[in-house]
Design a protein. Sequence first.
Length: 526
Amino acid sequence: MPFRIIHVDDDPLMRDVVESSLLLDPSFTVTSCASGDEAVEKAAASKPDLMLCDVLMPGMDGPATLERLRENAGTKKIPVIFMTARAPQSETDRLISLGAAAVIAKPFDPRKLAKTVRDHLSSLKLNSSGGDFSERLEADAAKLAMFRNEMRENPDSLMIPDGLRVCAHQLAGAAGIFGFQAVSDAATALEDAVIERSASRDDLRAVRAKLDALIKTVENASGDAPAEAPGAPVREERAVNETKPDNAVVLVPSRKAPKMLIADDDPAILRMLADQCTKMGFRVETAVNGMQMLIKARHNPPDILLVDVNMPEVDGLSVCLRFLEPGSKPIEVAVITGSRDTEIAERCDSLGLYYVRKGPEFWKNMETSLAEIYPHLAEKLEELELEAGTSVPEQSRVLVVDDDPDVERFFASRLAKFGVQTLFASDAMRAFQIASREKPSVILSDYLMPDGDAGYLLHRLRSKPETDRIPVIVMSGRKIDDATEQRLKREIYGRPGAVQVLKKSFDPEELFGALERYCGFAKSRM
């Protein structure tokens, strides 16, 4: 018998993320609610095994919802786990004291949420976004601008605009989950400033400054869509009967362009596929991990999926199988992999999926599959040629930047066990040259090196469009102080700084866990 879970959050995108994450466990059923009142009503009717409840909501907040449940004999024993973007120990202790079974901090890891909830269920001894996030950012940017205009129109007012804290709070949690960490950090800073201001009678300068910083960060992020399609162009869908100039090229005449969703954690491959398939006439959406793919496909079901097998968060094959269940909309799937795993090939064949290996013949094989699925596009396919020098590597690639040859040998040995190709550079300048040419999945850089440190390398990488989105992890043999770490993580030209700063250690689990996020390999292969 499945576990019945009610999730309540006033943010529709958070409801979608939580539901998608939990449904990765087939033993869960999820009912989503937009308010505490709705959750209490549905809990009374369905008697769920567990309720996941946001803390800060308009109207009846999380603690008030819990209180209402406890007042009803039929719902008073339902365990409630709070989910909040503000989870210092003092707040966690307060929520537990109110009767919460546990507290889950936002942003959480979507691939681990189901396990976290299952662990809580076991400990309790129970019986057994809206759509594209870049669209959400645009809407929030408009809302934040409205708050800022209100403050400018009333410069002498000491009142904080209604709804500002709620907006910052929701954005802090949702942005972090979708990979917009800079937005999440800026929203958290604004919420902190609002809370500090509410406890004093100081003027609003600090709040205004944090609001301006958040608006700028959101504007940069909404134009770049970093968590969704690094470097992939955003394209508008054209109506088939739209009037065009005489010399215009009609890509798919008299047919509606098929919707394609491409999911791959390698930005170079994602960009290449998005460009080529858009030229063919597909309406292309992209995702860089399995969770984003799942959410996008659920909201806007595609006609065809191009999906990498090994991706961070959730592997591509497991996610696409959810859309091949009986009763689902018919969908074509082309599985992309860099491995020579015969088991995957046989599994694809048994399910009627197309199997395309990364490597020198990648696009040629992809052309063959697409032409078989869409014969009317075959002529357009023949006109397309990859740019000279474009290559599709079979493996994820990590560029290691370190002047110590022992470090080079160590990573070559360890990463090879995961099926990851390792590139090397002994200094920052050489690393920049290799990154520009090879487009690695992630760069692992020593902090102190001859001819430029990691900070210098970050500035060079972020100055060029071909390298400005490559994730960089910095390692140091000595403790890096907080100020230096923050400097390394700070945005550069509107692009992210270091994604993580680690101390070199003989226990590499933390490091390989970080690499796994960007390379999609499985540590169990070790």
